[in-house]
Write a protein that binds this ligand. Structure first.
Ligand code: AMP
Length: 400
């Protein structure tokens, strides 16, 4: 089945056309600077890369350009739009309403709008993308795949905060968790790689990228995860703070005379690797600076590795055991030294990293020693494929 996967941001749109039968990417690309001067589409298919700079005032025009690129006789991947069996949309927030992917209808659109307050930077853009696709492909089923859905299996003890209960009831304040599509994908791949049923496994999946989250996956279900109501908590990230004592927040606001919006901006955009190192939000830059003797860059990496290790230990306790640790996303897949540092001290759990095997980047591999009772896996994430597979499964069920 050919599925068009759309990941729509406020001013950008990523797409992939995936043949789910062969798990093959037929075309992919990126539309940048939508509604801003200097709009650009970059399209890749049939071994070619084409770029077009043109006026792209809104998402509808962006989707039309994507469709035109896919149909191009020179660099396209389709003869007719009828070949697209379904469109799968990445949607950031499904609130408590969506515990799984869903075929989009009017009722779903209303619920998505209701969830927009929870993810004001993302959900409105996702909705615009869905509407634009519905306009251009009116007869093609559209599916929403949520970043939050995989975590809806968490028990209340993991998702309720120690705040007055009415804030949960009135405002929906709770742990939602994010990167669910990635955690679900790597869990499934881990079970395949280990040759064991996912339903019998205790995994800690570490999605470490510009944004990071760590998840306890027990018997194939998320039972706890480090991101929460927003996308700040857990280990430190590129520009996000990770765990901070909430008492520090109003104190900083009073001392520095900051508004809530300014404080929010600091927690999301000026903290983490960038805030601690003062160098960069990019782990490669921070590693380079640390290697050149920069102490704050070294401290930033030490904190990232320490907090990640702490979560792995906590989640092993939460699950009552551990079969495998999975590393994924930009840092998890590529940083030999960060993986190594995280695993130092986990030997007591039975997790032993093989330094030679660990010297690898971006490939699916078991990097633990033969006598390690906890396997340590690197699994490149593939959220687009997961979205395409979920979409194909739902649409297939509807047809049959
Ligand atoms: P993502 O958000 O998954 O694209 O991940 C982005 C992060 O991965 C950035 O902090 C990059 O510095 C990091 N990253 C990518 N490649 C490497 C690498 N070879 N070594 C260390 N970090 C890397």
């Amino acid at each position: 089945m050919k599925v068009l996967v759309i990941n729509c941001g406020s001013s950008s749109l990523k797409y992939q056309l995936i043949d789910t039968a062969g798990e093959q990417v037929l075309a992919k690309g990126l539309v940048e600077r939508i509604g801003i001067e200097g709009s650009l589409i970059t399209h890749r298919a049939r071994g070619q890369k084409v770029q077009q700079q043109t006026e792209i005032p809104d998402h509808k025009v962006a989707i039309k350009l994507v469709v035109d690129a896919l149909l191009s006789p020179d660099h396209g991947a389709l003869k007719s739009l009828d070949e697209i069996a379904a469109v799968g949309h990445r949607v950031v927030h499904g609130g408590e309403k969506f515990a799984d992917s869903v075929i989009i209808n009017d009722e779903v659109m209303t619920t998505l709008s209701d969830c927009a307050d929870l993810a004001p930077l993302h959900n409105p853009a996702n909705i615009i993308g869905i509407k634009a696709c519905q306009g251009l492909l009116p007869n093609v089923p559209q599916v929403a795949v949520f970043d939050t859905a995989f975590h809806q299996t968490m028990p209340p003890q993991a998702y309720i905060y120690g705040l007055p209960y009415e804030y949960y009831e009135q405002y929906g304040i709770r742990r939602y968790g994010f990167h669910g599509t990635s955690h679900k994908y790597v869990s499934q791949r881990a079970a395949k790689l280990l040759g064991r049923p996912l339903a019998d496994l205790k995994l800690v999946t570490c999605h470490l990228g510009n944004g990071s989250s760590i998840t306890a996956v027990k018997d194939g279900q998320s039972i706890d995860t480090s991101l929460g109501f927003g996308t700040i908590s857990g280990t430190i990230m590129g520009t996000r703070s990770g765990d901070v004592d909430p008492a520090a927040i109003p104190y900083i606001m009073e001392q520095a005379g900051l508004s809530a919006a300014e404080m929010n901006d600091i927690l999301y955009k000026k903290s983490g690797l960038l805030g601690i190192s003062g160098i960069s939000s990019d782990a490669r830059d921070v590693e380079e600076a640390a290697n050149n003797g920069n102490q704050r860059a070294r401290l930033a990496l030490d904190i990232l590795c320490y907090l990640t290790r702490k979560y792995i230990g906590a989640y092993a306790a939460a699950m009552g055991g551990l079969d495998a640790i999975v590393f994924t996303a930009g840092i998890g897949e590529n940083s030999v030294t960060i993986r190594n540092q995280i695993c130092q001290g986990l030997e007591f759990l039975g997790a032993k990293l093989d330094p030679t095997k660990n010297n690898t980047r971006g490939q699916e591999i078991d990097v633990s020693t033969p006598d390690s009772t906890v396997r340590i896996l690197i699994i490149p994430t593939n959220e687009e494929l997961m979205i395409a597979q979920d979409t194909a499964e739902l649409v297939g069920k509807k047809v049959n």
